[in-house]
Design a protein around this ligand. Structure first.
Ligand code: ZN
Ligand code: ZN
Length: 264
């Protein structure tokens, strides 16, 4: 064996041991669902892995909600309230298990969970994301007051990290949240959309005199949000982007609810 390959072997042995023993001590990782301490490089525990509510096929072409009947193209919600975005994907069903993890990620400063989400997104949907030939990623913004209080925007953490993985630019201040809206839970889908009408706007520094995007490379974009229920937020932002000249808007939601007719 040449001295060069001996050095390579020793180096890879050291790296392996550092990953196995040192990294877990310095940066302990916990299961995002049950908080159990994990061995490196696991991102969730075995028990939770088997219970993970991944959104399986068939799904609604438009929003990514799970469907019972594969002959259906669109879910009930997308049929009743047609959407402007072109296609959507979602990672998890929104249930008690994923709610715990989203609450920790969103409200309890567990920012490291973005590693788990982005890793899961890539494992599940990397091929579809490449097939969309995206040019940019845009997170759904939160109001500046909320951001100041929380210290970060959870959708932005995902968008930034995913953009790095896909080697794409991430525009975090293109879509702005002008108003801090009331919680949407009590509203009907149409009322939610009305409630959001003035909530979002585009950053004028990206626009020309006609209100069109002056930045090149924003014809096919991906919007990222943490939870999708009726789709009013994604719809509001899509309308703004399309009015400014974006041709294709795709959406990705970390967690998605079930269509109303699927509950019955
Ligand atoms: Zn677990
Ligand atoms: Zn749908």
């Amino acid at each position: 064996m040449s001295p060069g390959s001996k050095i390579c072997l020793i180096r890879s042995f050291i790296c392996q041991r550092v990953r196995q023993y040192i990294l877990p001590l310095l940066f302990p990782r916990h299961c995002p669902f049950c908080d159990k301490l994990l061995p490196y490089p696991e991102i969730l525990c075995r028990t939770c892995r088997t219970r993970l509510p991944l959104v399986g096929q068939p799904t609604c072409f438009r929003c990514g909600k799970p469907l019972r009947d594969e002959r259906q193209e669109l879910c009930y919600d997308c049929r009743i309230f047609p959407k402007s975005f072109d296609q959507g994907l979602a990672l998890f069903l929104y249930n008690s298990m994923t709610r715990t993890s989203i609450v920790a990620f969103k409200y309890h400063n567990q920012r490291y969970l973005s590693d788990f989400y982005v890793e899961s997104i890539c494992r599940m949907h990397l091929r579809q994301l490449y097939a969309w030939h995206l040019q940019a990623i845009i997170p759904i913004p939160i109001h500046k007051n909320k951001r100041k209080k929380r210290g970060y925007n959870q959708a932005e953490l995902i968008a930034n990290q995913l953009a790095r993985r896909l080697n794409l630019p991430c525009y975090t201040n293109l879509v702005l949240r002008n108003q801090d809206t009331l919680p949407q839970k009590q509203f009907s889908p149409q009322a939610r959309l009305n409630n959001l009408k003035k909530a979002f706007g585009l950053n004028p520094s990206y626009l020309d005199d006609q209100g069109h995007l002056s930045t090149k490379g924003l014809r096919r974009v991906l919007l990222i949000d943490d939870i999708y229920t009726t789709g009013a937020t994604m719809e509001s932002c899509t309308r703004l982007l399309k009015a400014a000249g974006v041709e294709k808007v795709y959406i990705y939601s970390l967690c998605i609810g079930v269509s109303r007719d699927e509950i019955l």
